[in-house]
Every structure is written in structure tokens, then in C-alpha cells.
Design a protein around this ligand. Structure first.
Ligand SMILES: [Zn+2]
Ligand SMILES: [Zn+2]
Ligand SMILES: [Zn+2]
Length: 173
């Protein structure tokens, strides 16, 4: 589990900002994005494939959108909980690179799974829609795994894909 579990997340979000009483909060979280790759580059911006529990699990910062007070923040790696891992996650480039073609069958199209920092606004009624904070290839955007549909070959990062700490990784919800 990450720093926050579902009940403690709910308590924070329901309470709103302790400084100004504002109800709208900005949540930042590392969540899962699926990419269709062609020759090592994504065909489009990809799509989120996380669920609500994973969103909570990857949360590393909550701030008030009105007065910018930090309601919650964690420096731990959002994936493996290593101390100070967040700075490495956000500052370093993806360690796993998607090749131009499948090493086994030469297929040009591969599926990739990435961890991408996202921002979502809570409170004020509307359903939160996470927005990616980074584009593919930027530091902080980490490929976790890729796979070939044609031959079922798959490659998964062995160390923590965010901060490079040695595995095994903690379970996720
Ligand atoms: Zn506030
Ligand atoms: Zn293949
Ligand atoms: Zn880590």
C-alpha cells in the first residue's frame, strides 16, 4: 500500500482545506497509462487504465486550489515507498525503452504500460478527470512494461520503474 489508503484519502478529501475551508483540492498521483506503440513511438497520447484504488495508492500530493496550502505530501516513491523516491521518479527519465520492433518476431506495433504523474481536481461536484502532467519521453514519464500482441513476448522492468530501487515491489491494491 502507498502512503494513503482509501479511508484516510476520503477523510482528507472530505475535510477540504484546513487553512481556508476551500473544498476543491488538486490531487497529484502516479497512475497507469496504456500506449499503443509503433516503431518505438506512441501512436497517440494513450489512455488511463487505473482504477480509483490505484489513484489513491499513487497519490503523492494534495493541495488546495484556492490558497495553495499543502494538505498532504509524501517524498516516498509512489510505487515502492523508498525514502526520497519521489524526486528520483519525477526527475529521471524512463529506464525501460520500448524498442522499434519486437525482438522475437519483428512486429512493429507493441503495447506499453507507463506510470505517469497526473493531476485531478476533487470537490465542486464534477467527476475528477485526471490530466497527464507530462508527455511521453519527458523525465518523470516511466515505461513499466511492454508486450507484443503477435507473439506474446513481454518485458517488465525488474527494479522499481519509478525510482530504480531493487525489487520486489510492494503489492498494489
Ligand atoms: Zn485553502
Ligand atoms: Zn513479437
Ligand atoms: Zn520506487
Amino acid at each position: 500500500m502507498g502512503r494513503l489508503d482509501q479511508p484516510s484519502f476520503e477523510v482528507l478529501v472530505q475535510a477540504g482545506c484546513p487553512a481556508c475551508g476551500g473544498k476543491q483540492l488538486e490531487i497529484r498521483s502516479y497512475i497507469d497509462r496504456r500506449l499503443d506503440m509503433m516503431l518505438g513511438e506512441p501512436n497517440d497520447a494513450g489512455r488511463w487504465v487505473h482504477d480509483g484504488e490505484k489513484f489513491v495508492d499513487g497519490t503523492y500530493r494534495i493541495t488546495c486550489t484556492t490558497c495553495a496550502t499543502t494538505v498532504f505530501s509524501s517524498d516516498l516513491c509512489p510505487r515502492c515507498n523508498t525514502a526520497d523516491g519521489l524526486a528520483r521518479a519525477l526527475g529521471e527519465s524512463s529506464r525501460l525503452a520500448v524498442p522499434k520492433r519486437c525482438a522475437k518476431c519483428n512486429e512493429l506495433e507493441l503495447l506499453a504500460l507507463a506510470f505517469v504523474p497526473a493531476s485531478a481536481r476533487y470537490g465542486g461536484g464534477e467527476t475528477p478527470k485526471p490530466k497527464p502532467l507530462l508527455d511521453f519521453g519527458e523525465p518523470g514519464y516511466h515505461v513499466v512494461a511492454y508486450a507484443c500482441d503477435s507473439c506474446d513476448a513481454a518485458v517488465v522492468a525488474q527494479a522499481c520503474p519509478l525510482c530504480d530501487a531493487p525489487g520486489p515491489l510492494r503489492p498494489r491494491p
